[in-house]
Design a protein around this ligand. Structure first.
Ligand code: CUA
Length: 330
């Protein structure tokens, strides 16, 4: 019965954000600490219940003197109240310190790739400063190589956020004006969910990150596709969509960057928005027409988000801008 309810409860922990489904060594260490704590505290719980029942059954012992009673009580207090917690805390530390150390970005002979992640209310800016041919920028999706450590340099743009990809390890605070560093590694290619781990305002829950780990060659190819020149040619390839592009330049370019066209920095970079699995940092799944729907209803879908409402714009214009943005897919 007890085991049954634990299994039912834990089934809710499966999925792309479960710390109990580690996909890298750092996360495996955290999961091990979790299981060790569950096991140990289950044992403590059982022992306490058994002693409690025993005390009930046994009742008072008139044959003992007051002095004897006091001595026995003192033993329980020292053993159960000081020794046991002391030993358990030291054991947990012995478990926990190596787990934390693995995520420290200590210098290596072969320095890992650096990916910068900046938390905004309420979205993620992701930069690849080491990309050949110039910096690559994306938003709300993070692509990383598999089977090698990656150093994440994180900071906050406005308030404190927290970078957390539970299946890889973490988490670490993103503090404005300060850069924190964490080293993570994915053991196998796959897609992992990330979530802001620090309450940062009303849309904190809608601050999700899509993390994809891929083989080194695929990763290099992905970066190459996001060079300014290739993204620019993508953005201007269709003559039929020139009016939509112009409407974007008039209304959106001040805040949004599209490589080669605009340089806005207040909102997410949209240069490859057509490849993203979701809009609004996990608010709305990407599908045909989703961007236009987002443009028309984003304040209902994600109330309080920093993008102004577009009520003053024609529905057809928003449809056209959405359709053009969907083609930004290398
Ligand atoms: Cu950003 Cu919570």
């Amino acid at each position: 019965m007890g085991l049954g309810s634990i299994i039912v409860l834990l089934s809710g922990c499966a999925g792309d954000k479960s710390i109990l489904a580690p996909a890298g060594q750092a996360a495996a260490d955290v999961a091990l600490v979790w299981w060790a704590m569950l096991g140990f505290f289950t044992l403590v719980f059982v022992v306490v219940v058994v002693l409690w029942l025993y005390a009930f059954r046994r009742g008072e012992r008139p044959e003992r003197t007051q002095e004897q009673e006091r001595r026995i009580a003192r033993r329980w207090i020292v053993g159960g109240g000081l020794l046991l917690p002391g030993v358990s805390i030291v054991a947990l530390l012995a478990f926990g310190i190596p787990a934390g150390q693995r995520m420290l970005p200590i210098p290596l002979n072969d320095p890992p790739d650096v990916i910068e992640v900046i938390g905004h209310q309420w979205w993620w800016e992701v930069r690849y400063p080491g990309a050949e041919g110039g910096e690559v920028v994306t938003a709300n999706q993070l692509v990383m190589p598999v089977g090698e450590p990656v150093d994440f340099h994180v900071t906050g743009a406005d308030v404190i956020h927290s970078f957390w990809v539970p299946r890889l390890g973490g988490k670490i605070d993103m503090v404005p004006g300060h850069t924190n560093r964490i080293r993570l590694e994915a053991d196998a290619a796959g897609v992992f969910g990330g979530q802001c781990g620090e309450f940062c305002g009303t849309q904190h829950a809608h601050m999700q990150l899509y993390v994809e780990a891929m083989e080194r060659d695929d990763y290099e190819a992905w970066l190459a596709q996001r060079q300014r020149e290739s993204l620019q040619s993508l953005a201007v390839r269709s003559e039929a969509q020139a009016p939509a592009r112009e409407a974007f330049m008039d209304n959106c370019a001040r805040c949004h960057r599209v490589a080669g066209l605009s340089d806005g920095e207040d909102g997410p970079d949209l240069s490859d928005v057509g490849t993203r699995p979701a809009l609004g940092a996990g608010t709305l799944a990407m599908e045909e027409g989703a961007i236009a729907r987002w443009l028309k209803n984003h304040q209902q879908l994600k109330p309080g988000n920093r993008m102004p409402s577009h009520d003053d714009m024609e529905a057809e214009t928003l449809d056209a801008i959405g359709a053009w943005l969907e083609t930004l897919n290398p």
